[in-house]
Design a protein around this ligand. Structure first.
Ligand code: C2E
Ligand code: CA
Ligand code: CA
Length: 407
């Protein structure tokens, strides 16, 4: 990864480099430094001795003598650098940073964010990974509309194309990680990701749901088994409610994963018709007897969810992110989240809030008595290969008493 760091203070540049080295193995980073906007522009126009290929990231201070951050922004907008991910860093107040963000967005730059000093390098690193996904998604989506159909989904659903990311679930009170949710992406010809909202409906239409679930289970469990540090964290897998109607699938899960060291949670999206069927109730009971936990996903989205909680002893419920994203703004969503949490507490069911993006929302949920949180505030879904370093970094912050502060 090629990173250009622009700051007039040498110790800041050194600190940023040091933080990057701690995130991942050092050889994967190549750093270039500039102590002013003008020097950065020279590097970008390849006047310096830099191989002429684009940077993967530019981190630029806003306030500098000899060309400030705005000069870099304007230069990037006017040249072919406008796609390079840019992180603006400054000691300025939030409103100034917001203004800079607006300008950069207006100039169609690939802005990762405008951050107050001191910056959290791990956060920027996570964003850049997520950003990479978005950029490639645009590329793929253009070709998918023509090529990605029900007929070729069968070819696409295989071990080589399946790519899992993992998002942490965090105990709201202790900030400790309790587990991870595996989220699927399809990677077509190594070219970029196709996200589940696009392919899951096709997978279900094509009757490939159990096949996908098995692939996800096998890949995720292998990742857990390869990495001893992960074993103490639960692993959540999304399955379709219709999968429970397949005896073959339920038996496969029990035969292969019931006595495994990994604590497995199956997340089931509510589907009134399917979950109520006698056969699914039997399947849920069978899985639970074999110590496989069942989580009710996207809770609150459809009708009669409350009654269901009383009749099926789910181990966990996840409040749908649409309620959580704006509970600090929308009194109705706040009221819904409040009653779901109260009910879950009464019934002794663990309750997870999805889509937690800000510290304010996290505090609100803590006050309401919510157990666990998942969302961009802690981390977007993380690629498997970065999971170990992300976890080490998070746990070090936690041990140092600097509970992860995200934004
Ligand atoms: P989900 O189970 O509700 O998963 C959480 C989704 O919310 C993920 O989207 C995640 O990236 C996104 N998310 C996480 N934190 C935040 C946040 O703070 N803000 C916002 N706005 N979004 C956040 P993703 O990965 O695109 O997955 C979408 C859905 O696709 C999942 O929703 C799940 O229902 C389904 N899915 C994903 N993987 C699989 C799979 O392997 N099998 C099946 N059957 N369904 C899957
Ligand atoms: Ca889920
Ligand atoms: Ca969900």
């Amino acid at each position: 990864m090629k990173i250009l760091i622009v700051d007039d203070q040498r110790f800041v540049r050194e600190a940023i480099k040091g933080d990057f080295m701690r995130i991942d193995e050092a050889p994967s980073f190549t750093f270039y430094e500039a102590d002013s906007g003008n020097q950065a522009i020279e590097i970008l126009t390849a006047k310096h001795d830099v191989p002429n290929q684009p940077f993967d990231l530019i981190i630029a201070d806003l306030k500098m003598e000899n060309g400030d951050g705005l000069a870099i922004i304007n230069h990037m907008a006017a040249t072919d650098c406008h796609t390079v991910p840019l992180a603006i860093v400054s000691a300025s107040d939030k409103r100034t940073l917001e203004l800079i963000s607006q300008i950069s967005i207006g100039l169609k730059l690939n802005l990762l964010g405008a951050f107050q000093k001191p910056i959290n390098v791990a956060e920027i690193f996570t964003l850049i990974k997520a950003e990479k996904h978005n950029v490639s998604l645009v590329k793929v989506e253009q070709t998918i509309s023509a090529n990605f159909t029900e007929s070729n989904i069968t070819e696409l659903i295989n071990e080589d194309n399946l790519f899992l990311c993992y998002q942490p679930k965090v105990d709201i009170n202790t900030k400790e990680i309790t587990g991870f949710e595996a989220l699927s992406r399809l990677c077509v010809q190594g070219d970029g990701f196709i996200y589940p909202d696009l392919f899951i409906p096709l997978v279900e239409q094509a009757g490939l749901s159990c096949q996908l679930a098995k692939l996800v289970l096998n890949q995720a469990i292998s990742q857990w088994e390869l990495c001893p540090e992960l074993k103490k964290y639960s692993l959540s897998i999304n399955i379709s409610a219709s999968d429970l109607l397949s005896d073959e699938f339920v038996n496969y899960v029990i035969d292969n994963f019931a006595n495994n060291e990994v604590s497995l949670i199956l997340e089931l999206t509510e589907s009134q018709h399917t979950i109520n069927q006698e056969q699914s109730l039997q399947a849920i009971a069978k899985l639970m007897i074999n110590d496989i936990s069942i989580s009710l996903d996207d809770f609150g989205k459809s009708y009669s969810t409350f009654e269901r909680l009383g009749s099926i002893p789910f181990n966990e419920i996840k409040i749908d992110r649409d309620f959580i994203l704006d509970i600090d703004q929308d009194p109705q969503h706040h009221a819904i989240a409040e009653s779901i949490i109260a009910l879950a507490n009464k019934l002794n069911v663990k309750v997870v809030a999805e889509g937690v993006e800000t510290r304010g929302i996290l505090h609100l949920l803590q006050k309401l008595g919510c157990d666990l949180a998942q969302g961009y505030y802690f981390s977007p879904p993380i690629e498997g290969r970065y999971l170990k370093s992300w976890l080490n970094n998070y746990n070090t912050l936690l041990e140092d008493g600097k509970a992860y502060v995200g934004h």
